[in-house]
Design a protein around this ligand. Structure first.
Ligand code: SF4
Ligand code: SF4
Ligand code: SF4
Length: 428
């Protein structure tokens, strides 16, 4: 249960009823209460949102204009489940409720660092991230909280309490129902407070701006994170050009599209890019990756498809006679595992600059015919793989075209033939 407590707001009842009116049906249902004690040291007006009993020191306070839309937006920024998990874990260990929200970005359980991804580490300008024990670890004192690691993760696995893909998805879904300009900055007065506007990459900006105009604001020109903020503004400019929108005075407005975010960053962005008709060579990083397979080298051994952690590579069969390798750009996060696993060196990954490429559709990369057993007709393997084995053994394709049980008979038959000089068996 999320509690929204109104403290020091004159007409809190009418405000509470307005918040209730526009609370999205899919978000955790809040209870609206009046605060009758002083919980925080800060002065009113404030809105407190928490799952835990609110006590002095553990409240999360959210400054807000007494504007119901702004209150809902701020509440939706919270990642309820993670906060609850964090609170209950700490409560179990220490017997005390969580004292404060997470301060630095951290990776969730879907992070692909265990298979070799380190895109967030490479994006960190402060050198504050490293992969430790198969997980990105943040060195708190070095972290500038610029959020660049968040926008750099193509899978949306890096997040911050107020800047993570699930929070953005909730906010975008809400904005589609309640449109109106939304201010985003690191300042307390913003409708959506982020660690830095650098936490907004092409995916986040496309998702939010296709729901409502965004006012991006960096309040401090001397901030050490300024380059990250400027990068976000450049992305906004490029996105406006690619989508036929506008970006002026810090306001990004894209054509509104009807879209409900699912919460999966890759799939949401691919679907958005497709529906928005993003076109042209990107002037910004579109996080679109293209896997190319060399059919001369690929033996369709299926290893890449079996191991791809996001199911960007898959195997399909056609009537039991043809085997195909498919690639879906909406799922690929450029982890590089397929390249490392392919023993034939057949896979290459490139970053695709042509935006029309990014679409939630699988394309065929390679195909091969299925070889059937010469005796019983059962499928044995695909032709390219059998040919490779045949070359290695100095045998012919026909020699290997047997299913395991028929092969025993065929081998015995060949042996007898060699020994006795006469053919036996069914395939005489
Ligand atoms: S970029 Fe994302 S998936 Fe890759 S290591 Fe960082 S958090 Fe994990
Ligand atoms: S928020 Fe910025 S400084 Fe901190 S770990 Fe991420 S990229 Fe590095
Ligand atoms: S296709 Fe390759 S690079 Fe893309 S997600 Fe799958 S294993 Fe990683």
């Amino acid at each position: 249960m999320v509690k929204i407590k109104f403290y020091g707001v004159g007409d809190w009842r009418s405000l509470a009823s307005k918040v209730e009116d526009i609370w999205p049906p899919w978000a955790p249902r809040p209870s609206f209460e009046e605060v009758d004690e002083l919980y925080c040291e800060e002065e009113a007006p404030q809105v407190v949102v928490s799952e835990e009993p609110v006590e002095l020191g553990n409240c999360l306070y959210l400054w807000s204009r007494p504007d119901p839309r702004s209150i809902v937006l701020k509440a939706l920024q919270l990642e309820y489940s993670r906060r609850r998990e964090e609170a209950s874990r700490r409560t179990l260990v220490t017997g005390k409720p969580a004292l404060r929200p997470l301060e630095f970005p951290s990776a969730d359980g879907g992070c692909l660092a265990p298979v070799g991804c380190d895109l967030c580490v490479r994006a960190c300008p402060a050198g504050a991230l490293r992969i430790d024990g198969g997980r990105p670890a943040v060195d708190g004192p070095r972290c500038a909280n610029c959020g660049l690691c968040i926008s750099a993760c193509p899978g949306g696995h890096m997040g911050h309490t107020t800047a993570n893909w699930r929070a953005w998805a909730n906010v975008a879904n809400f904005l589609r129902e309640n449109p109106g300009e939304v201010s985003i900055s690191c300042g307390e007065e913003a409708d959506l407070k982020v660690p830095c506007i650098g936490a907004l990459g092409p995916e986040e900006l496309a998702l939010l701006a296709s729901a409502s105009p965004l006012k991006l604001h960096c309040p401090d020109e001397k901030c050490p994170n300024r380059p990250a903020a400027e990068a976000a503004l450049k992305i906004a400019e490029g996105l406006a050009a690619a989508a036929g929108g506008s970006f002026s005075g810090g306001v990004l407005a894209l054509p509104r599209i009807d879209f409900t975010a699912s919460g999966s960053k890759r799939r949401d962005y691919a679907e958005l890019a497709f529906r928005m008709g993003l076109k042209g060579p990107a002037s910004f990083n579109p996080h679109a990756y293209r896997v190319v397979v060399d059919p001369q080298r690929c033996t369709l051994c299926e290893v890449c498809a079996r191991k791809c952690p996001t199911r960007a590579l898959t195997i399909g069969r056609e009537g039991g006679e043809v085997i195909k390798l498919f690639f879906n750009p909406a799922n690929c996060v450029n982890c590089g595992l397929c390249v490392r696993l392919c023993r034939e060196g057949a896979i290459k990954i490139s970053e695709e600059r042509e935006l029309g490429w990014l679409r939630p559709r699988a394309e065929e990369l390679d195909r091969d015919e299925v070889v059937r057993c010469r005796r019983c007709g059962a499928p044995v393997d695909n032709k390219k793989r059998l040919l490779k084995v045949a070359r290695t053994l100095g045998a012919s394709l026909e020699d290997l075209a047997y299913c395991p049980s028929c092969r025993q008979e065929a081998t015995a038959s060949l042996l007898l033939k060699a020994l006795s000089g006469r053919a036996v068996g069914r395939d005489k």
